[in-house]
Design a binder for this molecule. Structure first.
Ligand code: G
Ligand code: G
Ligand code: MN
Ligand code: NA
Length: 250
């Protein structure tokens, strides 16, 4: 049977879940946020990567229900955590194209009681490239409600600094391909240094993704990144594990 068909049933059958990857502040070594990452455990195929099923969900329209479910779940989980940390949710291009995006996000916040300024929405550059006036207007309405915007996978794809001018971005997430070059590769370090400097001038926070080693953490701290996310600090994990870590750092 086709994955397309199974995906429609997956939400109803409780096969879909959300895991969270911690984001650690480099000045304090504390967890300051998490990224929500959706997971699908197929009854016969086992785990299917979102890199595989998100494009299917987009093509078939399932992304609407799936995206709303991820938002509701992430906001509900985060509202119950013992420490008021941020939660970051990835948006797909299709969600951004829909006029009900604003209502979907605000409903998830209202239903959970999570304050809007604790939610980050992650957008990629290619997603912004394909989206024009109406999408920008939706993002501005969300931002006016207090939601923050993060530019994901920064520095890859159709990278253009104009997104930093045209959209009210709060955070830059440096793509893991640059972090992979640390600590040895001069070009990677130079690019990260320049992004940190640019972000500083624009008043934006910088997150570095895919940080796997202590050497990379040290290099990113020296380069002035505010926070890191990656296997060094933890793999994506269930909400219960995040709760335990947050209790330990209270
Ligand atoms: O952990 P990882 O394998 O989760 O993620 C693979 C890809 O799927 C990444 O590009 C990530 O941004 C994307 N992704 C993970 N969760 C979501 C989600 O809830 N919504 C969208 N649109 N993309 C997601
Ligand atoms: O596209 P986006 O940045 O949203 O997706 C993040 C992806 O990176 C997810 O698939 C996540 O599981 C993965 N990831 C998170 N931390 C690490 C890491 O330290 N190393 C590697 N190789 N992948 C990571
Ligand atoms: Mn992301
Ligand atoms: Na990324």
């Amino acid at each position: 049977r086709a994955l397309e068909h199974d995906l429609r049933e997956a939400l109803r059958r409780d096969e879909v879940g959300v895991v969270y990857q911690r984001q650690v502040d480099l000045a304090t070594d504390r967890i300051v946020g998490v990224e929500a990452l959706v997971r699908w455990r197929h009854p016969t195929r086992g785990p299917v990567s979102p890199a595989v099923f998100i494009p299917i969900a987009e093509r078939t329209g399932v992304i609407e229900a799936l995206g709303a479910w991820v938002l509701r779940t992430a906001c509900r989980d985060a509202a119950a955590w013992p420490d008021p940390i941020r939660v970051s949710v990835n948006l797909s291009a299709i969600q951004l194209q829909r006029d009900d995006l604003v209502a979907t996000v605000l409903d998830a916040l209202a239903a959970s009681g999570l304050p809007p300024d604790r939610l980050d929405l992650e957008l990629t550059e290619s997603l912004l490239m394909e989206n024009d006036g109406p999408a920008r207007d939706r993002l501005e309405r969300l931002r006016a409600a207090g939601v923050h915007l993060a530019l994901d996978d920064f520095g890859t794809g159709y990278s253009s600094l104009s997104y930093l001018r045209d959209f009210a971005i709060d955070k830059i997430k440096i793509d893991q391909s640059f972090v992979r070059g640390l600590p040895g590769e001069r070009p990677a370090a130079a690019i990260i240094e320049a992004v940190v400097s640019l972000a500083g001038n624009l008043g934006l926070r910088v997150n570095a993704e895919g940080c796997e080693t202590a050497e990379q953490v040290d290099a990113l701290r020296r380069l002035g990144c505010h926070e890191v996310q990656g296997w060094f600090h933890g793999r994506p994990e269930p909400s219960s594990a995040i709760v335990a870590s947050l209790q330990a750092q209270l």
